[in-house]
Structure formats: C-alpha cells, structure tokens
Design a protein around this ligand. Structure first.
Ligand SMILES: Nc1ncnc2c1ncn2[C@@H]1O[C@H](COP(=O)(O)OP(=O)(O)OP(=O)(O)O)[C@@H](O)[C@H]1O
Ligand SMILES: [Mg+2]
Length: 290
C-alpha cells in the first residue's frame, strides 16, 4: 500500500497577524494510503472544513506541509493547478452550485475544464454516470427539476467525472433522508472500488461512518485527538462522548446490554454486525443465514 497523502504539522490561523487571529488547526499530522476511505469526525468548530480546504490548495497553511503523490503542493505554485485535478473537493451542499441548463452539461463542466472534448468527454460522462448509477434519462433534464437527493448526486458526479485520485467530501449526506444518504454513500463506495481512489469524508453521521470508513480521524479543538481504524475508534465510546461525539446507536445498545451483566462483544458497529453476532449465538428458531 502506498501513501497518497501526508499532512505534516499543519497549522492554520485565520486572520493571522491581526487582532482577529483565530487558530483553527494546530500541528495536524496524518497519512492516508491509496484506496483508503478515511472519515473525519469532530464536533462543530473542531476544524474539519478548514482541514479539508487545505487538501486541494484552497487554503494555504500558516505552517506545515501537504504532500500529495510525493509532491509538496506549495513548493511550486504551478503545482496547484495539477493538484486541483488530482484532488476533487465536494463542498457542503454542492447542489447549490449547479447552474447549467441540463444535468449532462453540469456533469460535463469539470472534465471540460480539464480539456476533455468530443467523444472522449461524452464517454467520460456516460461512464461516470453508469458507475454511480445516475440514469441517462436525467441527462436532458434541468437540474432544477430533480429532487434534493438527485441534485446532490449530480453535483457529486460532476466532481467524480474529473476522476480525482483523491476525493474529498465535506458532509455529503447532510440534510438528506435515509434513502438519499444511502444513495450518496453507495456512489462514494462505487467510485472508490472502480477507480481505487482515496476518499476523505467529513460526516456527523456515525452510522454511515461505521459502514463506509476504513479509518477515522477524530478532530477536537483544531487538533487530532484519534487516528485509527474505525473499529478501534468506536471502541473508545467514553472518550468520544467527552468531546461531544458518539458511537453508532447499535454499539450503544450492545454497551447497555453489557452493563446489565451480559457478555456480548464490544465490536458491534453496524446492524449487519449485530445480526451476524446474534445469529451465531444460540437463539431459538429463526433463519441463521445472513
Ligand atoms: N473564514 C473564517 N474566518 C475566521 N474564522 C473561521 C473561518 N472559518 C472558520 N473559522 C473558525 O475556525 C474554526 C474551525 O472552523 P471549521 O469550519 O473548520 O469547523 P468544522 O469542524 O468544519 O465545523 P462544522 O462541523 O460546524 O462544519 C471555528 O472556530 C470557526 O469559527
Ligand atoms: Mg464544516
């Protein structure tokens, strides 16, 4: 496994050298391997958006380094354009940035800017939509005719059509209903699986994180408080609660059962884990196939 991204001692002070200086990130360091999905969690104001805005050069570090594919992105300002095609950043509520008259044109906007045209551009759009399950019947529709969840998926597909090696998403499921959330999660997984991309995803939704993320980066007050496998982080429920976070609900259910004196595992993070465990213990009746 190769390292695709390293963040080294990243510090960011907004309005540096003014009376309004505010230190949003202090000495943040971590590395991400190619093909990994890393969830970034932390209570409001902990620095998640500030952190991800550095990954494609949107914000410049006050100090510290961002190294992508072996290149320090600020070594040569000419790298920044290259970095922006390597790292795709999906902002919060990306659907507000849809503006073309059709879905097709909206998805084409990014790859066109990268210089794709003609048949190559068309192939890219069709292929991307197939991968992430956006039906071609949407192509000629106005983005404004779509539901909220569909709009969100089209906006994300527009970034994916640029085929970023590193895809960064800031709260991509915020404000969606359960189906909308699942659809977005599925498209992120498909993108990673198809292109072996690396994904960093900011989310407050622990259920989604438990099924999607290989590792979790926990931010607290602008610092990294944990960086470990999702399983190891969710085993530290007490510490998470102290910094305003939580574990998935199913994990809490099993914690309560354990508190009552039953011996049950401490690594149940998804409903699937729970069903698998419960069907392995002797419960009368039922279908044990999961
Ligand atoms: N443009 C800005 N100017 C000054 N301070 C800012 C600016 N943007 C963010 N901050 C401050 O920096 C800190 C980190 O903010 P940031 O938006 O990165 O947090 P976050 O973890 O993304 O929060 P949320 O979960 O609410 O999105 C906060 O204290 C915030 O008030
Ligand atoms: Mg934020």
């Amino acid at each position: 496994m190769s390292i695709v991204l390293s963040v080294k001692n990243l510090t960011h002070t907004y309005n540096n050298n003014t009376p309004f200086a505010h230190n949003a990130l202090s000495n943040v360091s971590f590395t991400v391997n190619s093909g990994e999905i890393v969830g970034i969690i932390g209570h409001t104001g902990s620095g998640k958006t500030t952190l991800v805005s550095h990954l494609n050069g949107l914000l410049k570090p006050t100090s510290g380094d961002i190294i992508i594919d072996g290149k320090n992105i600020w070594d040569d300002p000419k790298h920044i354009k290259e970095i922006r095609s390597l790292v795709g950043l999906v902002f919060q509520y990306p659907e507000y940035q849809l503006f073309e008259e059709t879905v097709y044109k909206d998805i084409a906007f990014g790859p066109k800017n990268l210089g794709l045209k003609g048949e190559e551009l068309h192939k890219r759009i069709v292929e991307t939509c197939k991968t992430v399950d956006i039906d071609e019947k949407f192509f000629d529709k106005s983005p404004f005719e779509l539901s909220g969840g569909e709009k969100r998926r089209v906006a994300i597909a527009g970034i994916m059509a640029m085929r970023p090696k590193v895809l960064v998403l800031d709260e991509p499921v915020a404000g969606l209903d359960p189906k909308g959330r699942n659809d977005v999660i599925k498209m992120i997984e498909e993108y990673r699986n198809t292109y072996n991309a690396t994904v960093l995803i900011v989310s407050h939704n622990m259920e989604n994180m438990s099924v999607l993320a290989d590792k979790l980066l926990v931010m607290n007050g602008g610092k990294v408080s944990m960086f470990d496998t999702t399983e190891n982080v969710f085993k530290r429920g007490e510490e998470l609660r102290k910094i305003g976070l939580d574990t998935p609900i199913i994990t809490k259910v099993f914690d309560r059962i354990r508190e009552k004196g039953y011996i049950v595992p401490d690594n149940i993070f998804t409903v699937y884990d729970a069903v698998k465990y419960l069907s392995s213990v002797k419960v009368q009746g039922g279908d044990t196939d999961v």
